[in-house]
Design a protein around this ligand. Structure first.
Ligand code: CYC
Length: 200
């Protein structure tokens, strides 16, 4: 049975500063050097689940992330995917740029400052290899507009204590052709710094 303890384990594994440096050096044409930095919110936005703030950035411009998100980790009660992650967007994204490394900035954040993204739940299960695997909910409903073009997201990830791999791609809703995202497989991140997660 997956429990609150597993939720805390997932949050703890997610909470850190990740880099794909090794992959970027090995395969520079396909993999930019990316940093993913995930920080627990100093003041949770509700009592439900565990709240995190995530920034993805090119290593050379950490304070101008290309994607930020608020993530809420929750138990689902569904044995197929006992954990899920709600994805939210901050209305004023730019105001929080850099906050993954300066978490005091996140203290002012409230529920009214974020919007839930529909169709973008990540459904998560624990694997026999002591990792968590997740994928975006079915239905091609997580819409991402990239340079004016509507796409739906296909996304999967795996995370363990020290490793985080993720594959995000956007597809054309009418042709199912890939519009953006890695053509050479998943991004492979190693955890460089661990952040502490507190949970009642
Ligand atoms: C978008 N990536 C997204 C979205 C989700 C995730 C749900 C759509 C919502 C949004 O736009 O914020 C992924 N959400 C996740 C994952 C988890 C989660 C993995 C579990 C921790 O809760 N993504 C990568 C690569 C990089 C990338 C390093 C290169 C392709 O992992 C890019 N993801 C990326 C981009 C977008 C995205 C560019 C669209 C952002 C936008 O333009 O709005």
């Amino acid at each position: 049975m997956v429990s609150q303890k597993d939720l805390l384990t997932l949050a703890t594994w997610m909470a850190g500063d990740f880099s794909n440096w090794e992959q970027a050096i090995e395969n520079p044409p396909f993999f930019a050097h990316i940093r993913v930095c995930i920080r627990p919110l100093p003041l949770p936005l509700s009592q439900e689940g565990i709240w995190l703030y995530s920034e993805q950035a090119y290593d050379y411009e950490l304070n101008r992330p290309y994607r930020t998100a608020i993530l809420q980790l929750l138990l689902s009660g569904d044995p197929q995917s006992p954990i899920f992650i709600e994805n939210y967007k901050i209305k004023d994204t730019v105001a929080y740029f850099g906050a993954s490394r300066e978490p005091e900035k996140l203290r002012s954040l409230q529920l009214v400052d974020i919007d839930k993204l529909t169709g973008c739940k990540m459904l998560v299960k624990l694997t026999p290899q002591n990792s968590f695997q997740g994928a975006v909910e079915a239905g091609k409903g997580c819409m991402v507009n990239r340079n004016g073009q509507e796409t739906y997201l296909a996304s999967e990830f795996e995370i363990s204590e020290t490793h985080f791999s993720s594959l995000d791609r956007g597809y054309d809703p009418s042709t199912d052709e890939r519009v953006w995202g890695s053509i050479a497989g998943a991004f492979e991140f190693k955890k460089k710094t661990q952040f502490q997660v507190n949970f009642p």
